[in-house]
Design a protein around this ligand. Structure first.
Ligand code: ADP
Ligand code: ASP
Ligand code: MG
Length: 468
């Protein structure tokens, strides 16, 4: 069987974990499977790189030596633990040193130029995966596998130039990935590919958005027509909620693509929101599994939507980095096309609207966007809409979270919303806005940041999601 296995940040956080991964890949390979490994940066490294990039933009080289030392010693230590054979270890540590030197030069360059563009930010972020992947390759060699490592671009993934959130150009990607990886698999070589990073047709480094290694895995899975894609992470699968918020959250043995997509968009970090796109039309099965509990079957994602009678709400998620925008004005009453105008203005600025709702009075529209685009969104709306008689005020709140309740069984089942909001109100939580997707797969609402976790817990409890 051809399986693409993706290992997230926590799976490669320590040398011990990398060793565990290498043994796991080796055992699946020895059973006759052909594995492509996709690897994330060590846990927390992408975050550190982002901070360094922002510091470099502000100028001042002061932070570089300690930053470099910290990152270097972490990677050297991890390869020390992960790779036993001295010659292999030396080979990898040399790669680490050379990669770190290159990173230092790039950061110094940013300091001199004083400007961090989306393109240079992506280049800096690419170093996390460029540092982690060779270590996994070394560990595979160490356990006796024939392996090689490649960047996403070397593996054949080509994207558009939407830096920070690039999308694969699937036609070329499909051809190139097949052309480059299949001969390796045929020879019994295990390719280890950097997650998250790719390149444009001109070879400029891009990233697929935070958490994008999942996406890399499904792109490769689709290109190779792999039987399965396994997303290895630090929990047993997609769960009824984030176990860090709800300790009795339960693993969902099976969930549909559509439901998983809603969960991912609304905050279930276990899966990148776009990761299912490449696999929509194929036959590839997706599993989410726990690297610390590999015997557990995890979650299987299926294309068809089976609704077990009696099931309504399946999961509740929390999206943290959002903001609420309220647009109001008596001029909007009975004036058709206001919502369309809002969509148009934000669409032109490349801003994605996560939720939208309009009061029955038509005198206001509320929308939810990612917090990092709030300022841009409000500016665009003010410039386009204020002072034209339609809208009198635009206000924003950036201290809110969105709670989302997902389940295909909610469709056509009356009374879910009332149970939901009664449960939340019982905890004294004020709901700032409500929206229901037209698919009826999801109901989302906005609460103050401080109430977010309690709201999730209240919903989980009300629908007894922790019970089988
Ligand atoms: P990785 O480094 O493997 O990509 P992430 O941190 O991106 O891991 O995602 C895994 C984490 O997602 C889990 O540790 C868990 O806390 C969080 N999470 C949030 N919601 C869910 C959910 N519904 N099901 C499973 N995990 C979730
Ligand atoms: N390292 C990247 C991130 O932290 C990609 C990933 O982990 O999937 O976003
Ligand atoms: Mg992730």
């Amino acid at each position: 069987m051809k399986i693409v296995m993706k290992f997230g940040g926590t799976s490669v956080a320590t040398g011990k974990n990398i060793r565990r991964i290498a043994e796991l890949i080796a055992s699946h390979t020895r059973k006759g499977n052909k594995i492509v490994a996709v690897v994330s940066a060590l846990d927390g490294v992408t975050e550190k790189l982002l901070e360094a990039a922002e510091q470099a933009e502000k100028g001042g080289k002061g932070f570089i030596p300690s930053f470099k030392q910290e990152l270097l010693s972490r990677h050297l230590k991890v390869s020390e633990e992960a790779i036993k054979k001295a010659s292999v270890r030396k080979e990898i540590q040399q790669i680490t040193l050379a990669t770190m030197d290159e990173l230092e030069k790039v950061l110094t360059g940013i300091i001199y130029v004083g400007e961090l563009t989306p393109r240079s930010r992506d280049y800096i972020l690419s170093f996390g995966e460029r540092l982690s992947t060779p270590i996994v390759y070394g560990a595979l060699k160490d356990v006796g596998l024939d392996a090689c490592f490649l960047t996403g671009s070397e593996a054949g993934i080509v994207t558009d130039s939407n830096f920070g959130e690039a999308a694969p150009l699937m036609n070329v990607t499909r051809l190139q990935v097949k052309e480059r990886l299949e001969p390796l698999l045929a020879k019994g070589v295990t390719p280890v590919v950097t997650g998250f990073i790719a390149a444009t047709q001109d070879g400029i480094t891009t990233t697929l958005g935070r958490g994008g290694s999942d996406y890399t895995a499904t792109i490769i899975g689709a290109a190779l027509d792999a039987e399965e894609v396994w997303i290895w992470t630090d929990v047993d699968g997609l769960m009824t909620s984030d176990p860090k918020i709800v300790p009795n959250a339960r693993t969902l043995p099976e969930i549909s693509f559509k439901e998983a997509l809603e969960m991912a968009v609304f905050g279930a970090k276990a899966m990148h929101p776009r990761a299912l796109e490449p696999l929509m039309d194929g036959k590839t099965l997706v599993r989410i599994k726990n690297i610390f509990n590999p015997e557990n079957p995890g979650t299987t994602l299926v294309r068809e939507q089976k609704i077990k009678p009696g099931t309504t709400v399946k999961a509740v998620t929390l999206l943290r980095d959002v903001a609420l925008i309220n647009i109001s004005g008596a001029g909007m009453i009975g004036a058709p096309g206001t919502a369309a105008k809002v969509f148009e203005v934000l669409g032109k600025s490349n801003i994605n609207i996560l939720m939208i709702s309009q009061g029955a009075s038509e005198a206001n529209i509320s929308l939810v966007v990612r917090r990092n685009v709030l300022e841009k969104a409000v500016n665009a709306l003010e410039v386009a809409l204020l002072g034209r008689g339609l809208i009198s005020e635009i206000t924003a709140e950036d201290d809110v979270f969105a709670v989302s309740v997902v389940g295909a069984g909610m469709k056509n089942t009356p009374g879910i919303a009332s149970r939901l909001f009664t449960a939340v109100a019982r905890k004294g939580i004020n709901v700032r806005m409500i929206a229901q997707g037209s698919s009826e797969l999801n109901i989302s609402f906005v609460v103050k940041e401080a109430d977010g976790e309690a709201a999730v817990q209240a919903v989980h409890e009300e629908f007894r999601l922790g019970e089988d």
